[in-house]
Write a protein that binds this ligand. Structure first.
Ligand code: FES
Length: 579
């Protein structure tokens, strides 16, 4: 039988359900229309299950089941579960890019939580942008909150080999373009790659963000890697449902968990898992919602000296299922703690510190999760570049780059838009060789709009056929977490905001030196000033609705690409509450 919550604890929901007047009648009576008995309004914690289930978001298509397990946990702990939908964002179908809508979804989440009689929240997150969108929105309200990830798909299996979503999509599409495989092979691989519920099973953005949830302490231990279809994923959801009820009683709100220490742990974890560059933008955005100081330099400073321990695609060869069986993120956190790279006393949602949760975590397979002393790749934190081409910063993921290209000087081949890139890249007359530096403009937060994942521009077919597999590529865009290459991303300010990137011309020399953290356009200041004087901002792609709001208010990548008026926490109180 369910435990009763103490009535003396002042909770938000009591302002709705605890009233004995006309409004109390209205609030309770309408909820009763689905068979809720009177005793559920006795002051027990009301827990929102914020669900991103959608058939348009294949990665989250099993979330009705997960929500049922959360619901069971909430009931077992004496809470009152209420599930509600929010805007869901899928990488595969949404155009022009899911990132354009991350901030919109976060507004939906924030307002849905604040406006309703909720005391605590479970966030069901999965596909890439659903995790930051829900964390950002919930952070702005700051209730007791646990994020539950939907889990990765089972490993792709193709002709006796493991294939990973995203990573092998890129490599197979390049094989197809280079004529190394047939269209029939390509179609067969499609069916073999995504064969169960769950999100991308490489260490792409979704797996990275699930790992961020766990290392931030805002998810339950084990959150990152349990496969979506493994029964233990449902157990985790159920335990989270139970736990959030206690968090309400303990008044353990999100901002008490997500301190700067927790974010620094997540930065180091990102380096240790060879995680997605997208985490940089998302974590800065979440931190800024909470008023936690976190900037690009923190990624470089705290990621330095951290090695990649996890041999997972796209940096390595294994997949999330292997990662889970090898010990999952707890085994990584243990290595980080033992190497002195973890703030051990950072609090987590289960009420214990991160070290209490992970200090005894076993590792079952050292091919998949390496020891810190024998890493998979050395010194692989995100590198933050500065220079006249990116005065407000740019990033590169060394673990996905080619070592010999990390110091490189070459002539620019410039594409002013992704459409122009697609038009020209297959042209045999394009003047490009393996030493060229590919530059893509106008794909940043404002320019695209939404900062598309197009920074890892495919190489020209004739170079691919010659066996060239990587070149230096620079843009204000993002890159899919499943992609790889010597790709400089998130150049700020972006071209469409008048950054130096907009002034690069065909044939200009560019110098990249990752060890020195430099990215320079080797054109003198006087010439750049002349070009700048002639530069005109591109027109906004759409002058109405959310697109206009986004274009007018989005901040640059180094500040998290949030909307300027959403930065900062406004709390759980409803303004103009006249009831
Ligand atoms: Fe959803 Fe990759 S498409 S996580």
């Amino acid at each position: 039988m369910a435990k009763k919550a103490k009535k003396s604890i002042p909770q938000r929901s009591i302002q709705w359900f605890g009233r004995q007047d006309i409004y109390g009648f209205l609030y309770r009576s309408w909820v009763k229309n689905r068979g809720v008995p009177q005793d559920q309004f006795d002051g027990r914690p009301v827990i929102g299950i914020c669900n991103t289930y959608s058939e348009l978001v294949p990665c989250n298509s099993h979330f009705r089941t997960i929500a049922e397990h959360v619901r069971a946990g909430v009931l077992e702990a004496g809470g009152f579960p209420v599930e509600f939908p929010v805007m869901s964002l899928g990488e595969t179908l949404l155009r022009p890019t899911a990132m354009l809508y991350r901030n919109l979804a976060s507004m939906d989440v924030e307002e849905s939580i604040r406006a309703n009689p909720l005391d605590g929240v479970i966030l069901l997150v999965g596909c890439d942008k659903t995790t930051p969108a829900l964390l950002m929105g919930a952070a702005s309200v700051d209730l007791p909150t646990i994020a539950v990830s939907g889990g990765p798909m089972l490993s792709g299996k193709y002709r006796g080999k493991d294939i990973g979503s995203g990573t092998n999509t890129w490599s197979m599409s390049e094989d197809l373009r280079a004529g190394r495989i047939t269209l029939e092979d390509f179609h067969e691989a499609e069916s073999c790659m995504h064969r169960s519920h769950g999100h991308c099973m490489t260490m792409g953005t979704a797996s990275t963000m699930a790992s961020m949830v766990e290392s931030l302490g805002i998810g339950m231990p084990g959150n990152a890697a349990i496969p979506a279809v493994d029964a233990r994923r449902n157990v985790l959801a159920r335990m989270a449902g139970r736990r959030v009820v206690d968090m309400v009683k303990e008044k353990l709100v999100m901002s008490k968990v997500l301190t700067r220490q927790n974010f620094l742990n997540a930065i180091r974890t990102n380096a240790a898992i060879g995680g997605s560059t997208n985490a940089v933008i998302h974590l800065i955005a979440v931190a800024r919602r909470l008023g936690v100081k976190l900037d690009l330099e923190d990624w470089d400073r705290y990621g330095r000296g951290v090695h990649t321990l996890v041999n997972l695609m796209p940096s390595g060869k294994y997949l999330m299922e292997d990662f889970y069986y090898a010990g999952g993120l707890p085994a990584v956190l243990r290595e980080l703690g033992r190497a002195g790279k973890l703030h051990k006393d950072a609090l987590t949602v289960n009420g214990k510190t991160i070290w209490e949760n992970n200090r005894d975590a076993p590792c079952w397979n050292r091919n998949v999760i390496h020891a810190f002393a024998k890493p998979f790749k050395k010194n692989t934190g995100i590198a933050v570049l500065r220079g006249n081409l990116c005065p407000d910063g740019a990033i590169i993921k060394p673990s996905a780059a080619t070592p010999k290209l990390m110091k490189h000087r070459g002539r620019a081949v410039v594409f002013r838009s992704i459409e122009e890139f697609h038009r020209r890249i297959d042209d045999p007359k394009l003047k490009i060789d393996a030493n060229s530096v590919m530059v893509l403009q106008n794909c940043g937060p404002k320019g695209y709009p939404g900062m598309a994942e197009v920074g890892n521009m495919p190489l020209p077919p004739r170079l691919l056929k010659r066996g060239i597999t990587d070149m230096v590529r620079i843009s204000d865009a993002r890159m899919s977490g499943t992609a790889y290459g010597t790709v400089v991303l998130h150049v700020a300010p972006e071209a469409a905001a008048g950054g130096t990137l907009a002034l690069v011309r065909e044939g200009d020399e560019i110098e990249l030196d990752v060890a020195k953290r430099r990215l320079e356009l080797l054109v003198d200041e006087a010439e750049l000033a002349r070009r700048r004087a002639r530069w005109k901002p591109p027109a906004a792609p759409l002058d109405r609705g959310y697109w206009k709001l986004y274009h007018d208010h989005v901040v640059q990548a180094n500040e998290g690409a949030d909307l300027d008026f959403l930065v900062g926490k406004s709390g759980p109180f409803v303004p103009r509450d006249n009831h």
